[in-house]
Design a protein around this ligand. Structure first.
Ligand code: FAD
Length: 529
């Protein structure tokens, strides 16, 4: 039996890396630990400007609003400084069937929950029963959000409080500017910022980290080390050797080409959703920021080559791609099953990377930062905290893998090997196969999900499932004949309310500009039309 780890109270946290993961964790810990500062925990962040940040990661999930609010950043300032826009969901094109094939070629994953009648009367069985009318897509039948986003309206009004609005929403933003804003905010919260390159990690006799050695500042020591060095994984990977579990047998894309495309005119409308378009060997993201689009193609190197991938990306963008050179990234797809080892915990890309289809990357950073703050081992007893953290994060990753695979495995596309392989049951995790088997005879229910472990709520699963035209047969009794009329009236009311909400909600670009003026100390935010 190995000797128990020494228990020394933790008074210093050293975060290695200053990208989104590093600074978001630093801000979160500075806020959380300062609020419970009984033992005076100090947070230091060391980063190497020479190495730099990955600089992608522009789409988020609604949880980001709670995080930004928790760390104390003003919403208007965030929007102005990060070139941010609102995101109300994801518009998926050509995922169900290939271009040119008969049938719907797109669907929407909105962030707002389906409307629910008082008394827990769910509309889903009635939609499955055809009570929303022939051919009305699920997301359109049960929420107003798709119509609002399609009509270029924002999810909130100028007089709504910070981070609140009638529609659920997240943001698109410039990753470089976001890290810079977080750095400024983190320093204001008391985070010590050290610019130095980690050259070597020293381990003690028990295999824990004793010090991090830098070129410029010598040895840096702490009670807890947080590895946010991105794909480099200098601490958790290089020094501690935490194994990496690849999930490439399930999720195939492992390369990305990314470009920034200026708008043709300053008043070009900005969609308040990410556009995700499926192609022969992967998919493109298309994200509208205030002054440019961020566009990238993520693809499988086993199903295409880099030259063809660049051609696909250029064809997608059209003439505006002329003269632009994409950045090429190689992706390690998977995660470490033990993300907390001894006195070191990984956050961000050092802990894992899953393709950015539903913005899980920043969501996972938020979860990890929250858990570290909540479980913080003040007394130095790392092992129990590490076990719990590892269990929670491992489960969360596994469920996200299933959710992302759901987008692929229901495809009807057979136009390329990539899509045929994606629908092959051998590439679908057993946990997802089980769910799909059950959902053939009954719709998904919240009991299918242990919600504390899920990043995506049951409604997100439903939007993707039925967007992909999954067929659920209804059991006898699933629909109450006495409530069919009530359900039909509700579907009609949602459509009517969407019209009224549009009159109430400002246009997306106008609302973003108003927030920027508010941050700059201009006109009051109440003045948006
Ligand atoms: P990085 O940004 O790489 O930061 C690493 C830091 O470590 C840097 O500061 C660097 O200087 C420092 N560092 C490294 N080595 C050393 C050293 N030796 N010494 C000192 N410092 C060092 N997520 C989403 O939520 N939504 C998206 O839309 C999305 N899109 C993505 C698209 C692509 C193509 C990729 C690859 C990822 C995407 N992600 C997305 C994930 C997201 O980009 C990351 O989760 C996020 O940027 C966090 O990165 P990071 O901070 O872990 O790493």
């Amino acid at each position: 039996m190995s000797a128990p780890d020494p228990v020394v109270p933790v008074t210093e946290v050293l975060i290695g890396g200053g990208g989104t993961a590093g600074w978001l964790t630093a801000c979160f810990l500075a806020r959380t630990l300062a609020a419970r500062d009984a033992q005076g925990v100090r947070v230091t962040l060391v980063e190497s400007p020479e190495v730099g940040i990955i600089g992608v990661g522009e789409g988020t999930f609604p949880s980001i609003r709670g995080t930004l609010s928790n760390i104390g950043i003003d919403e208007a300032r965030f929007i102005k400084e990060c070139s941010a826009t609102f995101k109300q969901g994801v518009h998926f094109r050509h995922w169900v069937r290939a271009p040119g094939e008969p049938g719907a070629d797109h669907y929407f994953h909105p962030f707002s929950q389906p409307s629910q009648r008082p008394g827990g009367f769910e509309l889903l069985p009635y939609w499955l029963n055809g009570d929303a009318g022939p051919g009305v897509p699920f997301a359109q039948a049960v929420t107003m959000q798709k119509r609002i986003a399609d009509a270029s309206h924002a999810p909130k009004r100028a007089h709504d409080a910070d981070y609140l609005g009638p529609m659920n929403y997240a943001y698109h933003f410039d990753a470089g500017r976001f890290a810079a804003l977080l750095a400024e905010h983190g320093r204001a919260l008391g985070v010590r910022h050290v610019q130095a390159k980690v050259e070597r990690v020293e381990l003690d006799g028990a295999g824990a980290i004793a010090a991090v050695h830098t070129q410029e500042q010598g040895a840096l020591r702490a009670g807890l080390y947080v590895d946010c060095t991105g794909f480099h994984a200098r601490l958790i990977g290089d020094a501690l050797g935490a194994p990496f579990k690849s999930v490439q047998d399930v999720l195939f894309v492992d390369r990305a080409l990314a470009l920034q495309v200026p708008y043709p005119a300053p008043d070009t409308p900005i969609p308040s959703y990410t556009i995700s378009t499926a192609h022969e060997a992967g998919w493109t993201w298309d994200i509208g920021l205030q002054d440019r689009r961020g566009i990238g193609y993520v693809y499988s190197s086993r199903h295409t080559d880099d030259a063809r991938a660049e051609q696909v990306l250029r064809e997608y963008i059209g003439p505006q791609a002329q003269g632009l050179r994409p950045r090429r990234l190689e992706l390690q797809v998977g995660y470490r099953e033990t993300q907390w080892v001894k006195n070191c915990v990984a956050v961000g890309l050092s802990g894992g990377f899953l393709e950015p289809l539903e913005s899980s990357g920043i969501g996972l950073i938020e979860t990890a930062a929250y858990l570290i703050g909540f479980l913080f081992p003040y007394d130095g007893a790392m092992a129990p905290t590490a076990r719990l953290f590892n269990d929670l994060m491992r489960e969360r990753y596994a469920r996200i893998v299933d959710f992302i695979k759901l987008h692929y495995c229901l495809t009807r596309r057979t136009d390329s090997r990539f899509w045929i392989d994606n629908a092959d049951p051998a590439t679908i995790p057993a946990t997802l196969r089980d769910k799909l088997a059950m959902w053939r005879s009954r719709p998904p229910h919240r009991l299918d999900f242990v919600t504390d472990l899920e990043m995506y709520p049951p409604s997100s699963w439903q939007y993707v499932l039925y967007g992909m035209e999954f067929a659920t047969g209804l059991r006898p009794g699933a629909v109450d004949p006495a409530r069919i009329e009530e359900a039909r009236r509700e579907f009609g009311m949602i459509a009517q309310m969407a019209g009224r909400a549009q009159a109430d909600l400002p246009l997306h670009r106008a609302m973003v500009e108003q927030m920027c003026r508010k941050a700059a100390g201009g006109r009051s935010s109440r003045q948006v039309a």
